[in-house]
Design a protein around this ligand. Structure first.
Ligand code: GAR
Length: 192
């Protein structure tokens, strides 16, 4: 019997991607364990972890706060759970040098656009503003740039007439949840 892949998931918001991963693990579809969920604020999605008795932690970056200090604190909090893989699933902060030195190569992020198009915090809005017919989601290995790391997997999503930011983002997230589960499964397979 193999030891499940130890994952720490970082979130900032509703955590529906996190929940999809947790449900897939509960259903025995992914040989992984979420050992902790971290956030940079009191994110509602932390409740998905609390409900399952999974450890949570919050490392806040106050306005005007010391970013390097925050980065070190986030690194230490994450490292204390000894993850094999760190997953940014709607974590809306850029990590710093310390975090990347510790987790580079095993830190992945999910983004609601087909990178390298529409990096940054407003990917869905930016895609609509550019009138693209197709957008999607990307899972990539995080590097020091803003959504620039090596692409691991992507899914395309059509923009429909009448789409607004909320409707398009929701359809993208349906695909993102599937893609995240697939990538974690493959990660497990490739890192036995
Ligand atoms: C997801 O669409 C994720 O790609 C996005 O936040 C959403 C989180 O949804 N992340 C970014 O935009 C990062 N640049 P959730 O809180 O419902 O899981």
């Amino acid at each position: 019997m193999t030891v499940p892949l130890r994952c720490v998931v970082l979130i900032s918001g509703t955590g529906t991607l996190l929940n999809a991963l947790l449900e897939a693990i509960d259903a025995g579809k992914v040989d992984a364990q979420v050992v902790a969920v971290g956030a940079d604020r009191a994110a509602p999605g932390l409740q998905f972890a609390t409900d399952r008795g999974i450890d949570t932690f919050i490392v806040k970056l106050d306005r005007g706060g010391d970013r390097a200090e925050w980065d070190r604190a986030l690194t230490e909090a994450t490292a204390s759970f000894h993850p094999d893989l760190v997953i940014s699933a709607g974590f809306m902060k850029l990590v710093g040098r310390w975090f990347l030195e510790r987790f580079g190569g095993r830190f992945i992020n999910t983004h609601p656009a087909l990178l390298p198009s529409f990096p940054g915090a407003h990917a869905v809005r930016d895609a609509l503003a550019a009138s693209v017919e197709v957008t999607g989601c990307t899972i990539f290995a995080v590097d020091e740039g803003v959504d620039t790391g090596p692409i691991i997997a992507q899914t395309a999503v059509a923009v429909l007439p009448g789409d607004d930011e909320a409707s398009l983002h929701e359809r993208i997230k349906v695909e993102e949840r599937r893609l995240l589960i697939k990538v974690v499964k493959e990660w497990r397979r490739n890192h036995e």
